[in-house]
Design a protein around this ligand. Structure first.
Ligand code: PEP
Ligand code: MN
Length: 268
């Protein structure tokens, strides 16, 4: 008989994750200013997000693209988090950022481009803070699962998988969102699985239907990019939801969450 591995107990800030709950992680691709971040955070909280996201350092394919505001965002984050009392996840692009982030973030995101950065994963394995591990855009499921083991082998069992699309022959979408991978992981792992339909499609018109499909595939949550003025965003504006879109997403996804037998967690 197969050994039953107990599900890891994961807390993101003061939010303790539970199996029959559903989590919406929302915020801008990049934190651009305190007001942009605060305005977005207030809105997504009001409409049902329980965890904030926001990039501080960005892994851009083009070195001439906006690289993130860097350390300056940390003070903005603590002010917004204190005001809203919400946990935040942000991407750590280099092991040297881990210590600097420690007092400000409640979870570390490993981006798609860093899924194979085993030294980064090992360092995160020595922490006791959650790690949202994005799938490498060309990663096999076994490679992704092994990447998670680099973290858990260090003693940090708080790993969340995040499916964010893979590169296929299809070019209409930025990536091909692999929802079968979500169903697979729900059968073969006890870790929560989050779906990112923003990077998974690269097209804001496809985010709501794919978010609903993500719930049906068994996901424990979604992560979406939201910006007060997507046209002015410094990164990924083409896939950012505006506030109205986010509100619609939350309305449309609700019956799917109910049908899946889960409960949406709003801020605690
Ligand atoms: C992001 O979440 O902003 C991001 C860069 O995602 P990915 O690593 O999936 O491209
Ligand atoms: Mn992005």
């Amino acid at each position: 008989m197969q050994a039953v591995v107990p599900a890891p107990k994961i807390s993101i800030g003061n939010l303790q994750m539970e199996p029959q709950k559903f989590y919406v992680i929302a915020g801008p691709c990049s934190i651009e200013s305190q007001s942009q971040f605060e305005e977005t955070a207030l809105f997504v909280k009001e409409f049902g997000a329980s965890i904030l996201r926001g990039g501080i350092y960005k892994m851009r394919t083009n070195p001439n693209s906006f690289q993130g505001v860097g350390a300056e965002a940390l003070t903005w984050i603590s002010e917004v988090k204190n005001r809203l009392d919400m946990p935040l996840i942000s991407e750590v692009t280099d092991p040297r950022q881990i210590a600097a982030f420690a007092d400000y973030v409640d979870g570390y995101q490993v981006g798609s481009r860093n899924m194979y950065n085993y030294e980064l994963l090992k360092d995160l394995g020595n922490l006791r803070k959650p790690v949202l591990l994005k799938r490498g855009f060309s990663a096999l499921l076994d490679e992704w699962i092994n990447a998670a083991k680099y973290i858990t082998n260090g003693g940090n069992s708080s790993v969340l998988f995040c499916e964010r699309g893979i590169r296929t022959f299809e070019t209409k979408m930025r990536n091909t969102l692999d929802l079968a991978a979500v169903a697979y992981l729900k059968h073969h792992s006890t870790h929560p699985v989050i779906v990112d339909p923003s990077h998974g499609t690269g097209n804001r018109d496809l985010i709501i239907p794919m978010a609903c499909a993500a719930v049906a595939s068994g996901a424990d949550g979604i992560m979406v990019e939201v910006h007060p003025q997507p046209d002015k965003a410094l990164s990924d504006g083409f896939q950012a939801l505006n506030f109205e879109d986010f509100k619609n997403l939350m309305l449309r996804i609700k019956p799917f969450i109910e049908a899946s037998g889960k409960t949406l967690v709003t801020h605690v």
